[in-house]
Design a protein around this ligand. Structure first.
Ligand SMILES: *Cc1c(COP(=O)(O)O)cnc(C)c1O
Length: 219
């Protein structure tokens, strides 16, 4: 099926209050433009250089989300234009994003990535670590970032019960953080295989790639 048709089908299954991030990593500009021409404006990439290249080639009203692991020394390349950084998992990184935000005279929106999966390979911090950062003086001094929610990735498994538990943990953490942080509004969870369940568990931002653009080829 065409990208346009995939998008249309997907959109018909998600409620109005859920933001769809079209994950276009590894895909060519022609594919992104097909989604763009179908009305999609929010795109997610997991490599900073690839996102910068695509930013230069795409229309300027696209919102770019960095959904991958962020290396501190590369923040400067996206600081001028990135709309939301999903994968922030330590204070040092927040400080660097703040520094680059200051240079570009803007406030950069971030999500704290919480480790909810049981696998070792997934990045993120524990809810306690996140809570500690949010309450620290160092954090309160950062004027050029705003943390507006959380992001998480469930374990890669067919066990829907386990995935549900992990999504629920993220939602519970979000609810706790929001009590003290009025800016909190986003729960980024759910991908092609589990976005329905994620929405049922409280997600309001899903990151969907292969269901829109087809399988990725990493060769
Ligand atoms: C690739 C990726 C996605 C999208 O995965 P699909 O299964 O293709 O929908 C979502 N989130 C992150 C962090 C990713 O790296």
């Amino acid at each position: 099926m065409s990208i346009q048709q995939n998008l249309k089908n997907l959109k018909s299954t998600i409620p109005e209050h859920v933001t769809l991030v079209a994950v276009s990593k590894t895909k060519p500009i022609s594919d992104l433009m097909e989604a763009y021409n179908a009305g999609q404006r929010v795109f997610g990439e997991n490599k900073i250089q690839e996102m910068v290249d695509k930013y230069q080639d795409m229309p300027k009203d696209v919102e770019w989300h960095m959904i991958g692991h962020v290396q501190r020394n590369k923040v400067k390349h996206m600081a001028e234009f990135v709309s939301l950084i999903h994968g922030v998992d330590n204070l040092k990184l927040l400080k660097e994003i703040n520094k680059q935000g200051k240079i570009h005279d803007r406030v950069i929106a971030c999500l704290l990535q919480i480790k909810i999966a049981s696998e070792d390979s997934k990045f993120g911090m524990s809810p306690d670590e996140a809570s500690e950062i949010l309450q620290s003086n160092a954090f309160s001094e950062l004027q050029h970032i705003k943390v507006i929610g959380v992001m998480g990735m469930a374990t890669f498994t067919d066990d829907m019960n386990q995935i549900e538990k992990e999504f629920t943990l993220l939602k519970t953490s979000f609810d706790k953080f929001r009590i003290q942080n009025s800016e909190f509004k986003i729960i980024s969870m759910g991908m092609s295989g589990d976005y329905q369940l994620a929405i049922d568990c409280g997600s309001n931002m899903i990151r969907v790639g292969s269901s829109i653009f087809g399988e990725r080829n990493y060769n």
